[in-house]
Design a protein around this ligand. Structure first.
Ligand code: M6P
Ligand code: ZN
Length: 189
């Protein structure tokens, strides 16, 4: 195993009210067109792509080396809205190094962290002041069920990597949809 790169300590600003990183150095922006194949209502997604291809979520980082020993941290912000009746969500992933965990801390808004592993499924609520622990081997996807943006802080081993392929092909066993005016977790058909 390689020795982690030696770095000087540093501090950064987090705007906890906005749920944003102060002066992020890297920003991952995912728009409707990046989410093709993830939502049940593909036609509703294409309609969004045609109508300006809006941003669905963003991840802000001041990155550290992506190697063992370091901890990557970020703030993710999922915009409010739906594709058809399904609430906006992240793609979701396993870690490429599957035996690595992740911690989320809710900063703003409300949502659910969907997790699956070895035939099991769990959904944990995420809101300001609530921490969600994603254990090793659990795929994770976050859904914004609120009327405003959902922001959360994340920390995970910097060498973990993202495995999207398995989720892109298998999906999650449940979806989060609007039913009678409220979010509901339903079986994926
Ligand atoms: C969280 C973390 C990030 C991830 C982001 C968006 O903040 O898990 O590592 O990139 O959510 O999720 P995804 O990569 O699944 O689109
Ligand atoms: Zn992760």
């Amino acid at each position: 195993m390689r020795t982690p790169p030696f770095l000087a300590p540093f501090g950064i600003g987090l705007d906890l009210e906005k749920g944003a990183m102060v002066r992020p150095k890297r920003r991952l922006v995912r728009r409707a067109s990046d989410l093709r194949g993830y939502y049940a209502d593909a036609a509703a997604l294409e309609e969004q792509v045609r109508r300006g291809n809006p941003v669905h979520y963003e991840v802000e980082e001041i990155p550290v080396p992506e190697t063992r020993g370091h901890l990557m941290y970020c703030i993710s912000r999922i915009l409010p809205g739906r594709v058809g009746d399904e609430f906006l969500m992240t793609k979701g992933h396993y870690h490429a190094d599957a035996g690595t965990a992740e911690v989320y801390l809710g900063l703003r808004g409300e949502g659910l962290v969907l997790m699956k592993a070895r035939g099991k499924f769990r959904a944990e609520r995420i809101v300001r002041g609530r921490m969600v622990y994603v254990p090793p081997f659990w795929a994770h996807r976050t859904v914004n069920t609120g009327r405003g943006p959902l922001s959360f802080f994340c920390v995970y081993p910097a060498g973990a990597g993202h495995n999207y392929g398995d989720i892109a092909s298998e999906g999650f066993p449940r979806r989060v949809v609007l039913r009678r005016g409220k979010p509901a977790v339903v079986r994926s058909s």
